[in-house]
Each structure stands twice: as structure tokens, then as C-alpha cells.
Design a protein around this ligand. Structure first.
Ligand SMILES: Cc1cc2nc3c(=O)[nH]c(=O)nc-3n(C[C@H](O)[C@H](O)[C@H](O)COP(=O)(O)O)c2cc1C
Length: 352
């Protein structure tokens, strides 16, 4: 049993979703299904664990809204990662509904005047829209971001192909590298991006704000902050150290080693760079992550070269993407020991 308050809260969030097993669903209520699906949506990953979403529940539908009060204006000035995070939550909604044997009809961006309304998901009781997604529901509870080094053991080629197919099923392009030479090149770019980001005090201040050694329902607890062995993350001094010092050199070295040592780097990319593409990317991200979890794989992020605008096209070229594609996320994937789960806000806090 974990003893850290944030880890206990993290388990509670997962358990409250898991304990509502589909078999318990009352025969006649859509309301149950909507709450069930929304609970699962909240277990999605989000940048800095900001959980930038709100849900408006109706009797047979749920509206997914962006919560821009939780934006990260320095690292994510256009809310690109914010919308990607909401896309991951939307994918969990779809999986949860599928696991109840129900279907859904989704209208993306249902309002021409309010860009914060990202999707309306309507329940279709009579038929399952995507029964193949139901098998992913267990992975929603298990998936965590794992920032430790992975084993050198390669990712099976057939599994790699499945992960790529999963991204493409969501309309998102994907490129993988597993050979050491391109991995090392990408690792160098990640390190360059780290140095640039940490040299900016505004970036450090924003990151520090989301490292919450004591708070328990959002942000990254010390154990998940993931800056390698650079600092003792068990202490509340972490956030203060990040805010105060340019730790870019140490962080860059750690991330370069993590990138170069991971057996598979996977980049999600889109042909356009707008909110629709970001929402699709989020769904592709969660589909890839849940499938990786099913296959016993761990994953973590190396988005820094995408967050530094001038490095983004260089990453695309290194990953072998055509110039027409915009890299959206860079993941490292491999075999490892999953990290502890991060906390989530309670369902009532995200309902409007
Ligand atoms: C769009 C997006 C971008 C992210 N970028 C990073 C990143 O650059 N570095 C990192 O370590 N984690 C990154 N994460 C992972 C989040 O920090 C993580 O999802 C969050 O802390 C919740 O933890 P969990 O994934 O274990 O549930 C990102 C997640 C999302 C959805």
C-alpha cells in the first residue's frame, strides 16, 4: 500500500472507476453510463497533470469542454497540448462506453461560437459503435507515464506495427525509429530543447507551479516529476529548486540518455496544425498508450523539441516524416517497471 497522500489519492481515483464494473450498470439508466464514462475520461494523461477538462452531463450525452483556466501559457502558448490532453480524455470516454456494450455518436466542435466545446458524445444504447475498443478498458486503470530508463530489450516488430495502426485508426500519422543512430540524433535534439527551455525562468516557474509535493488532486507529485536523479524528489524543495536554478544541463543529460537508451521512439504527427488535429492526436495518443499497456510496455514523453518552435521541423526530418507533417508528440516506449500513478481531481470537481 502506498503511503504518500498523492499516491493514495491516485489509487482512489482509479478504484472509483474500476469499482463501477459494467455488470453493475442499471438496466434503464443512461445517467449511470455517462458518469461511468466520465470517470474513465478523467484518468487520461494530461500535460503537467493539469487535467484541463470539464464535462457537462446530460441524461444521454456528455459535453467535453476545454478548461483553459488550467492552461500552460509558457510551454503551451496555443493550448495545443491542452487540446491533445482533452482528446485523450475523449478516447477514454469512447472506450468506457464501448465496455458497457453501448454505442456513441460524436459531434466534434459542436458550437461555431464557443471553441471550448470540443465534443458532444451521445449515447446510442441499441448498438455498440466500436466493440473492439472495449478490450482496452482495463488498461485505463493500469496506464501510467513511466519516466525511468527502459530495458534494452527491443519492442516486438508486430507490436510496433499494432501501435502504428492504432494511431492511424484515429487519422493521425506516425513515425517510429528503433535503430541507435537516429535515436541518438533525436536524443541530441531533446537535450538541446531542454537547455533552451530551462534557460527561460518563465518556463521554470510554470513547471514548478505544477509540482505539488503536498497537494493531492492535480499536478505532478514529487515522485512523478521525472527529472532523473538530479534532485531528491521526495522533498518539497523540488519545486523551489526548479523555480530558482537553471537545471537545464543536468536535465538535458538525463533526457538524452533516456531517449538514446529507449528501444523505440514514436512520433505522432498531423498534416495540419489546428484544434481538430490536436483533438485527433489526443485520441491517437491514448489509443497507442492503452494498447502499449495491454502489451506490457511502458511509455513516456520527450516533447521538448516540439515545444521549441525552431526545433520542431528538425525533429520531423529526423523521424523521417515528410515536410508536410507537423510533429505533435514524441514518445519513448519500452519494457520497464511502471511508475506510481498520479492523482486526479474527484469527478464532482470536473462536472458542470
Ligand atoms: C499532451 C501531453 C504532453 C505531455 N508532455 C510531457 C512531457 O513533456 N514530459 C513528461 O515527463 N510528461 C509529459 N506528459 C505526461 C504527463 O505529465 C502525465 O500524463 C501526467 O503527469 C499524469 O500522469 P499519468 O500519465 O501517469 O497518469 C504529457 C502528457 C500529455 C497528455
Amino acid at each position: 500500500m502506498p503511503d504518500h497522500p498523492a499516491a493514495i489519492a491516485a489509487l482512489a481515483a482509479r478504484d472509483s472507476a474500476r469499482q463501477q464494473a459494467p455488470e453493475d450498470a442499471p438496466e434503464d439508466t443512461h445517467a449511470f453510463a455517462m458518469r461511468f464514462a466520465t470517470r474513465h475520461a478523467t484518468l487520461a494523461p494530461s500535460s503537467h497533470n493539469s487535467q484541463p477538462w470539464r464535462f457537462v452531463l446530460g441524461t444521454d450525452r456528455v459535453m467535453l469542454c476545454a478548461d483553459r483556466l488550467r492552461a500552460l501559457p509558457v510551454v503551451d502558448p496555443y493550448d495545443r497540448e491542452l487540446i491533445i490532453s482533452c482528446g485523450a480524455a475523449l478516447f477514454n470516454l469512447r472506450v468506457a462506453i464501448a465496455s458497457l456494450g453501448m454505442g456513441y455518436a460524436i459531434t466534434l466542435f459542436p458550437s461555431s461560437t464557443d471553441p471550448d466545446l470540443l465534443a458532444e458524445v451521445r449515447l446510442l444504447r441499441e448498438r455498440a459503435t466500436a466493440p473492439e475498443l472495449a478490450a482496452l478498458v482495463g488498461a485505463i486503470y493500469e496506464r501510467v507515464t513511466t519516466r525511468h530508463p527502459f530495458a534494452a530489450e527491443p519492442v516486438d516488430a508486430a507490436v510496433e506495427q499494432h501501435l502504428m495502426d492504432a494511431a492511424r485508426a484515429e487519422g493521425v500519422e506516425v513515425a517510429c525509429v528503433s535503430e541507435s543512430e537516429p535515436r541518438n540524433a533525436v536524443a541530441g535534439l531533446v537535450a538541446e530543447a531542454d537547455r533552451q527551455q530551462f534557460a527561460d525562468p518563465r518556463f521554470r516557474r510554470e513547471l514548478a507551479k505544477w509540482i505539488h509535493p503536498r497537494r493531492t488532486d492535480d499536478g505532478m507529485p514529487a515522485y512523478a516529476a521525472g527529472l532523473g536523479g538530479l534532485l531528491d524528489f521526495a522533498t518539497p524543495l523540488v519545486a523551489s529548486a526548479i523555480r530558482t536554478f537553471d537545471l537545464g544541463g543536468g536535465v538535458a543529460a538525463t533526457h538524452r540518455d533516456l531517449a538514446a537508451g529507449s528501444p523505440l521512439l514514436l512520433c505522432l504527427a498531423t498534416g495540419v496544425d489546428n484544434a481538430q488535429a490536436w483533438l485527433a492526436t489526443g485520441q491517437a495518443l491514448e489509443r497507442v498508450l492503452l494498447l502499449a499497456t495491454v502489451h506490457g510496455l511502458c511509455a513516456s514523453y520527450l516533447n521538448q523539441p516540439i515545444e521549441v518552435p525552431e526545433l520542431r521541423p528538425r525533429l520531423g526530418a529526423m523521424m523521417g516524416l515528410q515536410g508536410a507533417y507537423f510533429p505533435q508528440l514524441l514518445l519513448r516506449i519500452g519494457h520497464g517497471t511502471p511508475d506510481a500513478a498520479t492523482p486526479r481531481r474527484p469527478l464532482e470537481a470536473v462536472l458542470s
